[in-house]
Design a protein around this ligand. Structure first.
Ligand code: ADP
Length: 171
């Protein structure tokens, strides 16, 4: 059985097999959750990332977690929101699905996601949460994961996730 959980916290504190980073195409660090993950992991993370050659939007790449309590970081790049008719939903779906694909490939069973694209990239949080939770529910049905965790960063975001989960009949 997979538990799909919503935990309002700082994602860098979670001791899971992998936390997901909402990175940018360079993978060389940035603001928001990306900055927090790099600060908590320490300088070896950017060193490993710099050998990866960046990451196209919607794809995902894995590194070690270094000083993080998480064993790995799966770096993905969500779309920048341009109003919704520039393929943003498909790109966000790809980002979530590719994180699960990479996690499965490495036999990881617990994974935590921030609200990919919902910060500086401007994706409407409720729409993003619906995509994230729907894909998690599909992945849970396939088996292999013990815990799939969504990590809203404040109480408003937590409510958005809880409402989306309730609407989808999750949790
Ligand atoms: P993006 O560029 O993909 O929009 P951001 O980092 O700007 O990425 O924001 C993504 C989400 O991550 C936002 O909802 C933001 O509030 C949240 N966030 C920022 N720092 C953390 C953190 N330490 N843990 C979990 N979520 C965080």
């Amino acid at each position: 059985m997979t538990s799909i959980e919503i935990i309002q916290t700082d994602i860098t504190t979670l001791a899971v097999d992998a936390i997901v980073n909402a990175a940018n195409n360079t993978l060389l660090g940035g603001g928001g959750v990306d900055g927090a993950i790099h600060r908590a992991a320490g300088p070896q993370l950017v060193q490993e990332c710099s050998a990866l050659g960046g990451c196209p939007t919607g794809e995902a790449k894995i590194t070690k977690g270094y000083r993080l309590p998480a064993k790995h970081v799966i770096h993905t790049v969500g779309p920048v929101w341009h109003g919704g008719d520039k393929g943003e939903p498909r790109l966000l779906e790809n980002a979530y699905r590719n994180c699960f694909r990479v996690a499965r490939h490495h036999n990881l069973t617990s994974i935590a996601f921030p609200a990919i694209s919902a910060g500086v990239y401007g994706y409407p949080m409720a729409d993003g949460a619906k995509i994230a939770l729907s894909i998690a529910s599909e992945e849970a049905a396939k088996g292999g994961f013990e815990r799939i965790i969504f990590v809203p960063f404040n109480s408003q975001a937590e409510k958005v996730y809880r409402d989306a989960a309730a609407a989808l009949g999750i949790g």
